[in-house]
Design a protein around this ligand. Structure first.
Ligand code: SF4
Length: 326
């Protein structure tokens, strides 16, 4: 029997951002084990927030002293390559492992991680205060797994936090983010992630309609930013359908952008892993120190040219120190 393909929001947004990158990752299985401070910090904060939510859901007072200790010192590696729970590391490990990134000040927010972590610790009781200020609300579920059918495709994932109106069949959906700036207006008009979560909760609880209230919990900013404008679930479903149709048609053309600088397959990425080098010949030449450069290494001329361009790239880079040049 053919294996049923399952799609997470991350997988779909990968296609949206760059179909060529999607093809490398999900079809060609070029998984790169590159770690980053952003993902490691996200995992750590999700872990702490989950513990706080679970205590509050059970009507217990969270032990903030122990949680702050854990935030600093947890050292929980994966037990085996298939372990989905492990790889949670505390601030003391992360600041050594990613020293440069940890202390770097973001140009956009003017903050660095020490400042963000201090803010987080100072407000670690935010969830409790939120519930006290909103006695009509309660935590309904945390890290809720889901899997449901959307037009013959299986969508799967986890919802970070679900809040319920007491005595009503009405819910709010929260997604935790460790970014240090608010989302731009265009990013929250039709947020696909919340579209998927809304459909998932409708499916899990057998609701007549998807919930109408969605938020990003920006933990480092202590802001709950509402997500989705009127009619966004309907628009999101159309968007999802288009993405699935494009995947079906095997359109894997690249979408080079400044984001290439952080892509696992871009030679411009200063942290690119050895196994990620030279896999994409279409990367943007944009870098933080060359912000006006929107040229690409090679132009896309269809999939049949890719191998030839990769060989060209390899040839160009065979003698360079990092194994490649821009
Ligand atoms: S480097 Fe850029 S164009 Fe290439 S796969 Fe990554 S995001 Fe896509």
């Amino acid at each position: 029997m053919a294996k049923i393909e399952k799609y997470s929001y991350t997988r779909l947004s990968q296609y949206e951002n760059c179909p060529f990158c999607y093809d490398l990752k999900y079809n060609q299985k070029k998984f790169i084990s590159a770690e980053s401070l952003v993902t490691a910090m996200g995992t750590l904060i999700h872990h702490i927030e989950e513990k706080i939510s679970r205590s509050l859901k059970e009507g217990k007072a969270p032990n903030y002293k122990d949680l702050i200790e854990e935030l600093h010192y947890i050292n929980f590696p994966k037990r085996n390559p298939y372990d989905t729970e492990g790889d949670i590391f505390g601030i003391e490990i992360l600041k050594e492992r990613f020293k440069k990134d940890y202390y770097a000040i973001s140009e956009k927010s003017g903050l660095n991680y020490p400042a963000k972590v201090n803010q987080y610790i100072a407000n670690i009781d935010r969830q409790e205060k939120f519930l006290l200020a909103n006695p009509h609300l309660e935590i309904f579920d945390v890290e809720k797994p889901f899997e449901f059918d959307f037009q013959g495709k299986v969508l799967k994932g986890k919802i970070d936090r679900i809040i319920k109106y007491k005595n009503e069949n009405k819910y709010q959906i929260y997604d935790i983010k460790t970014r240090d700036r608010l989302f731009e207006k265009e990013d929250i008009t039709t947020p696909l992630q919340h579209v998927v979560y809304g459909m998932a909760l409708k499916d899990i609880l057998g609701l007549e309609e998807e919930p109408t209230e969605y938020f990003y919990d920006l933990v480092f900013l202590q802001v709950l930013q509402p997500a989705g404008t009127k009619g966004f679930i309907k628009r999101g479903k159309t968007k999802l359908e288009k993405i699935f149709n494009a995947i079906q048609s095997q359109d894997y053309s690249p979408k080079p952008s400044p984001l290439c600088y952080w892509c696992d397959y871009s030679n411009t990425n200063p942290n690119v892993a050895l196994e990620g080098q030279n896999l994409c010949p279409y990367y943007s030449l944009w870098t933080p120190s060359d912000r006006k450069n929107f040229k690409t290494k090679f132009l896309w001329e269809g999939p049949e040219k890719t191998e030839e361009l990769i060989n060209k790239l390899k040839e160009e880079n065979k003698n360079s120190f990092r194994g490649f040049t821009f």
